[in-house]
Design a protein around this ligand. Structure first.
Ligand code: ATP
Ligand code: MG
Length: 423
């Protein structure tokens, strides 16, 4: 049997990879404009990092991690997300000693053992940002506006930005109590997962996708009812700044993140058109997380965006850039001597940054011209025995069908002139 790629993974081939590069380039430009710098951390980390940093009660840690023992018998895990890794790197590299806040972004693969389906993979890719060392509301607004402006730049429409505040451990305790009281009488109607959540993590029940759980929680008390004065002021300020900056959002009091180190702002971005997996971005504040993994008390906020899902949205909305021609010029060399001379000419063109190719298989003139056309070359540079003998090169404009001869010594300059002028 032939070997196939693992379930839930993809080969990204030429033809598709250009779309990824376009999205990544746009992300990098927006991050530069906002003053975020890139961080790259390992693909795998000590399992304990994710157990502590993502949380023992989460689906990710309970069911979705690729965990293995290395040859030294250490438990390692392929990264399922990057917030924990970035916080670890912040502590380990003493980034708290640098001017605060530290504003970082990342793009790369994540690994989760999930049931593969449309918009859900086992190796998928995220773009994310993390801001460490600032707890001000304006930071929350900056992070949300960054992703908003990225989507605007990409031309996406019909996005829903949901925002909420989950409070702090203090005000969440009273919400938790009220919620448990409300749910207690109908506990039996909850799904198995939610029954388990009832004790450990009742907030997450509000987030359950199961229709029967949603029915039970329909009128449940939300975090909004119990926010303390500090959290409430913070939330109002975030919304105020967002509104003034033109970000269109909706307050969704059911949007939650269940763990104790999540604080205050939580948000999510949805695009309905891409199907059931409509969340393209999720994020929030995590003022207790850095301490949780052993660092100094440090406020933090960030988000992670699914690259595959954003590409799917761009596809549905027909917002992907049109394919660009691969080559500007194609050398058509006939005979070994012409090939050798032509190769040197190509070198000179390429070293000036001009995309140029040649036939490598010794095809006929006709087939070489066809191939030049297929690759979208603007010019064919024809060099046969006869041209070589006269020290000239034929430059054929493939879109106009015109051709002219230039002395070989001027060829590079001539072609480059056209390239620079874009004709
Ligand atoms: P979901 O509810 O879809 O499982 P999540 O809450 O697990 O999402 P996060 O951990 O917040 O997602 O990750 C942020 C983003 O990463 C998601 O909004 C989504 O766009 C993307 N994402 C998460 N899991 C996958 C996956 N298995 N395949 C593709 N994209 C994913
Ligand atoms: Mg998930």
């Amino acid at each position: 049997m032939t070997i196939q790629r693992p379930k839930g993974t993809q080969d990204l081939l030429p033809g598709t990879i250009e779309q990824w590069q376009y999205l990544e380039d746009t992300i990098r430009s927006v991050c530069r404009e906002y003053g975020y710098e890139e961080i790259r951390t390992p693909m795998f980390e000590a399992t304990e990092l994710f157990q502590r940093g993502v949380g023992q009660t989460t689906d990710i840690v309970k069911k979705e991690m690729y965990t293995f023992l290395d040859k030294g018998n250490r438990s390692m895990t392929l990264r399922p997300e990057l917030t924990a890794s970035v916080c670890r790197a912040y502590v380990e590299n003493k980034l708290y000693g640098q001017p605060q806040p530290v504003k970082l972004y990342y793009i790369g693969p994540m690994f989760r053992y999930e049931r593969p389906q449309s918009g859900r993979f086992r190796q998928f890719h995220q773009f994310g940002v993390e801001v460490l060392g600032a707890d001000q509301a304006i930071v929350d607004a900056e992070v949300i506006s960054l992703v908003w402006n990225l989507y605007r730049r990409l031309g996406l429409v019909g996005l829903e930005v949901h925002v909420n505040s989950v409070g702090c451990p203090t005000c969440r305790a009273s919400h938790r109590e009220q919620l448990q009281e409300f749910l207690a009488v109908r506990k039996a109607e909850l799904c198995n997962d939610c029954q388990e959540r009832f004790e450990r993590n009742p907030l997450r029940i509000l987030d359950c996708k199961n229709p029967s759980c949603q029915a039970v929680t329909a009128g449940a008390p939300t975090t909004k009812d119990t926010l303390c004065a500090d959290c409430s002021t913070h939330f109002a300020r975030v919304l105020d700044i967002l509104g003034r900056a033109g970000v269109v959002y909706r307050v969704n009091p059911r949007l939650v993140r269940g763990l104790d180190y999540y604080t205050k702002t939580a948000f999510e971005v949805m695009v309905e058109e891409i199907g059931a997996q409509s969340a393209i971005c999720g994020g929030g504040r995590y003022d207790k997380l850095v301490e949780e993994i052993g660092g100094p008390p440090t406020a933090g906020i960030g988000f992670a965006m699914g690259i595959e899902r954003v590409l799917a949205a761009l596809q549905v909305q027909d917002k992907l850039p049109k394919k660009e021609p691969k080559l500007f010029a194609m050398l058509i060399a006939l005979g070994e001597k012409a090939q050798t001379e032509g190769f040197a000419l190509l070198n000179a063109l390429r070293s000036q940054g001009l995309p140029a190719g040649m036939d490598l298989l010794g095809r006929s003139l006709k087939n070489q011209l066809k191939s030049a056309d297929r690759q979208g070359a603007r010019y064919a540079l024809i060099l046969g025995e006869e041209e070589l003998a006269r020290n000239v090169l034929v430059i054929k404009d493939l879109s106009l069908g015109e051709q002219r001869e230039v002395p070989l010594t001027d060829a590079v300059e001539e072609i480059n002139k056209n390239y620079q002028r874009g004709v």
